[in-house]
Design a protein around this ligand. Structure first.
Ligand code: UDP
Length: 511
């Protein structure tokens, strides 16, 4: 597949900056990284995004649009060694894995990308040599690649400042290993405010799944992240002031910069529609928007559990019933990995869609989430608390129903419900690791979902206060990303830091 071409470049000099971005191939990591690429390119810095053909296909519409606007951004495409790593052909993204048992193979395949990426970078005489690598925290091998190229590595991992700090303090003090049972609360030390969790709510690093052992990979990831020159975070200072302040004190050189919400760089309807999926069809989206247009402002709840969830049909049916009985209009996103056929059979036998016609819309597959959230009729977001989704909810100014499933999502729920006061939980109690859904069956009942939706969508009292706060946060998010805002300034600081590193290297070269 042809990569979009970079805009023509004048002959380069040693001072010219060139950022190489290497995202993890997983929607929640690839999508914000492409947003970050666009944000950096807005500073007239050449950006290369290294990825593989199936992932290029997902993001190329965004890159083509950016280059058409004159932004110096291009894709460096290398083949994904699926077969060599024991993966099905074309399986180039975590969301396409037939089973989570293949995660180790997937990570091995990403490691095989190192040599072709390095070769292509070294052979490219048309562009300035890279001045830094910004890579996903989970791609530990990119630390060695940066060392070999003698350039700084900046890490990105779609987590909040709160989570970064929690993870740091858990790793350092190991309070979860000090005798508390799986469902007993313990306090995370050295947090700006008291934060309690149970072991069962912790991400896989501290609460490993029983079916997949990747602790060695996690350990290597952690070690390589500690060697990084800087960290960039998809959040904004004003949202997590106490947490970014505390995190800067423990991160190398204090170089942790919030540059988000990065989704806000998608300003046009077409940009929002194609974000993360170049193929989202205009006509399908038009139907969705017309449906949203037919509802009152702030009246619809949008329900989506992210790009990776494998929630089984029985639990999804509870979700459908919960949305239906809330009496709010709803948009409900269902993935194939929810065992779509079984779920579809239930939907049709139950006449769910007929019964809810006009009031409920089922979206199968990929939903243009940021576009939907930006619609005035959306008044609430039922989310699994992936950090991207959480921040997209914040940026859209809507209160949230929180249903954390896996990874660090219980941390994000804590941010939404307790720190920001813009959410109501469905009462999820423990992490259900990806691939272990069947072991748990139904853990959240329709009534709990209904009650949380009713509270979030209600007009008066606490509901109104949550709504007011959510609107206030959205205003702060927009201001942070505008010229002169904290995230825009932090991006400038990152670029200036890399420029200083390059200048220091250049003067060494001259001497
Ligand atoms: N997303 C989307 N449409 C979907 C599902 C997901 O646009 O149907 C996007 C969503 O906007 C977010 C990302 O995919 O940017 C998911 O990342 P998140 O961290 O929320 O959760 P994950 O999918 O990694 O669990």
């Amino acid at each position: 597949m042809a990569s979009p071409n970079p805009p023509s470049l004048r002959p380069w000099t040693w001072e010219d900056l060139h950022f190489v971005l290497i995202p993890l191939m997983c929607p929640g990591h690839l999508i914000p990284m492409v947003d970050i690429a666009c944000l950096i390119a807005q500073h007239r810095v050449l950006v290369t995004v290294a990825t593989t053909p199936a992932n290029t296909a997902r993001v190329q519409a965004t890159v083509i649009r950016a280059t058409a606007l004159g932004l110096p951004i291009r894709i460096l495409e290398v083949e994904f060694p699926a077969k060599q790593a024991g993966l099905p052909e074309g399986c180039e993204n975590v969301d396409a894995l037939p089973s989570m048992a293949l995660v180790r193979n997937f990570m091995a395949a990403t490691e095989m990308l190192r040599l072709p990426i390095e070769r292509r970078i070294r052979e490219d005489a048309a562009t300035p040599p890279p001045s830094c690598i910004i890579s996903d925290r989970n791609l530990a091998w990119t630390a060695d690649l940066a060392d070999d190229l003698d350039i700084p590595r900046v890490v990105f991992d779609g987590m909040s400042c709160f989570t970064h700090l929690c993870m740091h303090n858990l790793q350092l003090h190991k309070p979860h290993e000090k005798g508390a049972g799986r469902s007993e609360l313990f306090t995370v030390p050295e947090m700006p405010r008291r934060v309690d969790f149970t072991v069962a709510q912790l991400p896989g690093n501290f609460n490993p799944p029983s079916n997949i052992d990747i602790q060695d990979i996690r350990e290597r990831t952690r070690e390589s992240a500690e060697r990084a020159h800087a960290v960039i975070i998809n959040s904004f200072d004003e949202l997590e002031l106490e947490y970014i302040g505390a995190y800067r004190k423990v991160v190398r050189g204090g170089r942790a910069w919030c540059v988000g919400p990065v989704s806000l760089c998608n300003k046009t309807a077409v940009g929002m529609r194609q974000r993360g999926n170049s193929c989202t069809a205009a006509d399908e989206t038009a139907g969705l928007i017309a449906w949203l247009d037919s509802h009152k402002p702030g009246s619809v709840i949008y329900a989506c559990l992210g790009s990776l969830n494998r929630v089984g049909p029985a639990q999804m049916m509870e979700m459908g019933r919960g949305l239906e009985s809330s009496r709010s209009p709803f948009v409900w996103v269902i993935r194939g990995a929810n065992r779509g056929e079984e779920l579809d059979r239930w939907l049709s036998e139950d006449q769910f869609e007929e019964r809810n016609r006009g009031r409920g819309l089922v979206v199968r597959g990929w939903a243009p989430q940021v576009l939907i959230l930006s619609h005035p009729s959306i008044g609430g977001f039922l989310t699994h608390c992936g950090w991207n989704s959480t921040l997209e909810g914040v940026a859209a100014g809507v209160p949230m129903v929180t249903w954390p499933l896996f990874a660090e999502q219980f941390f994000n729920e804590k941010v939404v419900v307790e720190v920001l006061g813009v959410g109501v939980g469905v009462g999820a109690e423990e992490v259900i690791h990806l691939g272990e859904e069947d072991k748990y069956g139904v853990t959240v009942r329709a009534e709990a979902i209904r009650d949380a939706v009713v509270k979030v969508m209600s007009g008066g009292g606490e509901g109104a206060e949550r709504r007011r706060r959510a609107r206030e946060l959205a205003k702060m998010a927009a201001e942070a990303t505008e010229e002169g805002g904290s995230s825009a300034l932090n991006m400038r600081t990152l670029i200036d830091y890399i420029k200083e590193q390059r200048q220091a290297q250049t003067s060494k070269r001259i001497k």
